[in-house]
Design a binder for this molecule. Structure first.
Ligand code: DQA
Length: 150
């Protein structure tokens, strides 16, 4: 077994459709492409990743609860639940781990209903608007956080 800290990378609803979902907005890569990029970057940073996606709010809550015991940090693209989910907010707060909020697009440039996030107040920081590259930026940021926090 590896001693490398594990990072839960959690993806919310409709992100399983990346590649065919509004590619002008979300890019042409599939979630599997992004997972492969993340695994490579994590390896270079001395981290491992548990890469997950669910379309179900309760499933995302359960995955966050499990991470409390297994992960060193959480990178989450909550997708549409960003703007609605008190349950995900509460689970992230309870997890007591460093959290990075991540979005492919920049929700603040989009419809007004995307301007509210229930995750921002429980996240150490937010990365948004850089497409799939944001996942790598989030891993770099998480690595820095873990080094600083010790
Ligand atoms: C998203 C932005 C959300 O507003 C949207 O509902 C998504 C994806 C993003 O990655 O840009 O599903 O989280």
């Amino acid at each position: 077994m590896s001693d490398a800290p594990e990072i839960l990378i959690l993806n919310g609803p409709n992100l399983n459709m990346l590649g065919v979902r509004e590619p002008a907005l979300y890019g042409h890569e599939t979630l599997a492409d992004i997972e492969a990029m993340c695994r490579e970057r994590a390896g270079a940073l001395g981290l491992t990743v548990d890469f997950q996606q669910s379309n179900f709010e309760g499933e995302l809550v359960t995955l966050i609860q499990r991470a409390r015991d297994s992960a060193a940090g959480i990178i989450i693209n909550p997708a549409a639940y960003t703007h609605t989910s008190v349950a995900i907010h509460d689970a992230l707060k309870l997890a007591d781990l460093p959290v990075i909020e991540l979005h492919l697009s920049n929700p603040h440039q989009r419809e007004a209903f995307r301007h509210t996030s229930y995750v921002t107040t429980v996240a150490r920081g937010t990365i948004a608007g850089f497409g799939s590259h944001g996942y790598l930026l989030a891993l770099d940021a998480m690595s820095g956080l873990l080094e600083r926090d010790g």
